[in-house]
Design a binder for this molecule. Sequence first.
Ligand code: CTP
Ligand code: MG
Length: 259
Amino acid sequence: MSDDSRPAPAAAARTAAVIPAAGRGVRLGPGAPKALRSLGGTPMLIHAVRAMAASRAVSLVVVVAPPDGAAEVKSLLDAHALPGGTPSGSWGRTDFAVVPGGESRQESVRLGLEALPPGYDIVLVHDAARPLVPVDTVDAVIEAVRDGAPAVVPALPLADTVKQVEPAAVPGDPEPVVATPERARLRAVQTPQGFDRAALVRAHETVTGDVTDDASMVEQLGLAVVVVPGHEEAFKVTRPLDLVLAEAVLARRRLNDGF
Ligand code: CTP
Ligand code: MG
């Protein structure tokens, strides 16, 4: 067997992260687009980019900005670049790019994927709205993709029991319960989700229905999706109370870091 017939070593695969940040944040209430709202004095998006750049494996971050906000996001990233005067478009060893997003999260992710240069065989998709995900979670996702899974999602067991209902025609009316899935077998899914790039690109070219995460698109292709342990600090900032929790997590980190 010649060397050429062997697959390239998995560790050589380069990893890029796509960060959809083009949403308005309607559930958070009136104000700036959610990704640009401040958390501990720094825009949420900057926290999310730092969380990806914190992984030594991630060498490119593509931010998908609000459709009319790409220039603003680009200057924001330059302004928050690591100290040491790195050139525009990079944070130390991590390059970044900004593209305008679309109407849906799905479309925004697709636009981010289209902006990826060749050479990145592993792609993470990470919500800007999950600014506090720890680097260990990011690395665990990447490692599972390197180990051969076409799609990897971090997830946690549920605290609440979940009911499937027949949605009421009039909001607020009582809703009949249809089923109660066994809680021990359910997981609440977070990001970053990690993918073999070719599988994710094919999923975005093939799957047309509405989805709320990228892994479910790969699932629809019939490919294996695996779950690795998520982290409670990877929660999504969705409603006003989530901002309170995020500020508290940051305050706890500052205390622990001795600031
Ligand atoms: N997102 C995106 N493009 C869209 C919609 C959402 O890039 N057209 C991104 C958001 O910026 C966010 C992530 O997808 O980082 C998860 O979406 P969600 O938490 O629903 O954020 P929003 O859509 O901004 O919030 P809401 O649904 O309350 O408006
Ligand atoms: Mg949304």
